[in-house]
Design a protein around this ligand. Structure first.
Ligand code: ZN
Length: 503
């Protein structure tokens, strides 16, 4: 199958690196620098040309791009357009491929192919709540790559064309929804896009599950958890379900255990729970392959022809070695429309990048291994200090997701008596499983969180699933709010902010 025969070289990391670097140089020279206002100016300022990029070590000479570079400037200037490739006909007409095509197929065919390559026809945008959404444009060429990457993702997840799939990502200009949509079309498998809770509500999704009996459920882990909990409550069986594919936010081990348990209650004995990782700025997503529960995930399988992934030291920006933790940095190798180079995701991966064959599926595709934490959001939200103490929210998230007998949860930060000068309070809202001794659970939670994080919740409040969903905006918001900050600011009203995982 074409998606399974990669055109990139096998072998050691260095061979692949050389190959990717050559590809990047060509891409910069022929496509990015002539047509991107931002990078043309940036390279000129830095007195940098593609001739200066001789070996893969020179990659570090290309300046990083970060979220701040894409934000609207203080003077109101919207710079995001400067990242969109706008073709220059005079430059294009000098491409050897253009001349050849014009000779063979005529001028109108050439004009047509430029339209396909460059004209933006799709938009997805970032979903951060603390910042304005940043739009990213796709041309038909980008959609071809989205389809290719989508079909590969289907293969990595060991999908089968006979399967029926339900895409429950929220219907929105959001990468997860459109990526799933195009993945299904390219792979040639039946995918029904329900639009998540936004367009049909929970009831609508349950109706579809009863009607089409999908083999694969795809969506955000918290929404999937919610829908499957409702299925169990209503006694809906789905013994044929084989795969749960989650994305849009993190799916820690505890969440996966709960999803598997729910699938068992729905009559499915063996299900693979696989997570995807992607972000708007990459215009791509990657997936885990099925793995044995005891062995653990073999990581996200990435595609070296479409993007160059680096792991760098989050403080110094220096490259990290094989299997070393650090910040994920992404450079597209064949993008059109909106293009950002060496994009600093702010996502910290604790395993790093591996190039050896996958121990689960044997593919010779580089893999991103380990837990991914969003350093940028943690910083933006000032939640690094709770009650005067440094707390890693990502760790707290893993800890809570791994606690037995609780469903969804939310951490609320308050000030005592809502007085901005008072001390911080941490309130833990949880949905307890039916029949659980709440007093005992409270003790366990306090002890568990205390032992792991050296911080004790001031209060633990129990809620019904319905209450939790309203509090979290499940199915209506693009990211479930698992952390809300209700600490009043000295200079204004309380600010509520959400916390999501990978976009
Ligand atoms: Zn694998």
């Amino acid at each position: 199958m074409k998606h399974e025969s990669p055109a990139w070289p096998d072998g050691p990391r260095s061979t692949l690196r050389d190959w990717q670097f050559a590809r990047l140089r060509r891409y910069l020279r022929d496509t990015v620098l002539p047509f991107s206002k931002h990078y043309r100016e940036l390279f000129a300022q830095a007195k940098l040309s593609t001739d200066d990029l001789r070996t893969p070590d020179d990659l570090r000479r290309i300046p990083f791009t970060s979220k701040a570079d894409l934000a609207v400037r203080a003077d109101g200037r919207d710079v995001v357009r400067d990242f969109v490739l706008v073709p220059d006909k005079a430059v294009l007409s000098k491409r050897p491929s253009t001349i050849l095509k014009a000779l063979l197929r005529g001028k109108s065919a050439v004009a047509e192919s430029f339209e396909r390559e460059f004209r933006p026809i799709l938009l997805t945008s970032t979903t951060g709540r603390s910042a304005d959404p940043v739009p990213f444009l796709f041309s038909a060429h980008d959609i071809d790559n989205l389809r290719l990457a989508g079909a590969r993702l289907m293969s990595v997840c060991a999908a089968d064309r006979e399967m029926k799939m339900l895409n429950m990502f929220p219907f929105a200009p959001h990468l997860a929804f459109w990526f799933t949509h195009y993945a299904g079309k390219e792979f040639g498998v039946f995918v029904l896009d329900s639009g998540g809770g936004k367009s049909m509500g929970t009831e609508g999704n349950l109706r579809l599950i009863k009607k089409i009996k999908p083999d694969v459920l795809i969506g955000m882990p918290t929404f999937l958890y919610h829908v499957m909990t409702e299925c169990v409550r209503e006694g809906i069986k789905l013994p044929n379900v084989k795969k749960l594919v989650v994305g849009g936010e993190k799916a820690p081990a505890g969440m996966r255990i709960k999803l598997r348990a729910l699938a068992r209650e729905m009559g499915a004995e063996k299900v693979d729970v696989m997570s995807t990782y992607g972000f708007t700025e990459a215009k791509l997503a990657w997936a885990e392959c099925p793995y044995h529960e005891d062995a653990g995930s073999a990581g996200y399988h990435i595609h070296p022809d479409l993007a160059l992934i680096e792991i760098v030291d989050p403080e110094t920006g220096e490259p990290r070695g094989e299997g070393e933790p650090g910040e994920i940095v992404c450079t597209p190798l064949d993008g059109r429309g909106s293009v950002v180079l060496r994009y600093r995701t702010g996502d910290i991966i604790d395993g790093g990048l591996y190039h050896d064959p996958c121990p689960s599926c044997g593919r010779k595709i580089p893999r991103l291994m380990g837990y991914i934490s969003r350093r940028s959001e943690v910083r933006e939200m000032h939640i690094d200090k709770i009650k005067g103490q440094l707390v890693d929210f990502n760790h707290l998230e893993h800890v809570l997701d791994d606690v037995a007998h609780i469903g969804t949860w939310q951490v609320e930060l308050r000030k005592r008596n809502d007085d901005p000068l008072e001390v911080d309070e941490l309130v833990l809202h949880v949905e307890a499983e039916a029949g659980v001794d709440e007093r005992k659970l409270k003790e366990e939670l306090t002890q568990h969180v205390g032992a792991e994080l050296e911080i004790h919740p001031n209060r633990i409040e129990f809620h019904t699933g319905e209450e939790m969903r309203t509090m979290q905006g499940v199915g209506t918001a693009l990211k479930e709010s698992r952390l809300v900050d209700h600490r009043p600011k000295l200079d204004g009203a309380p600010v509520a902010q959400g916390k999501g995982g990978a976009a």
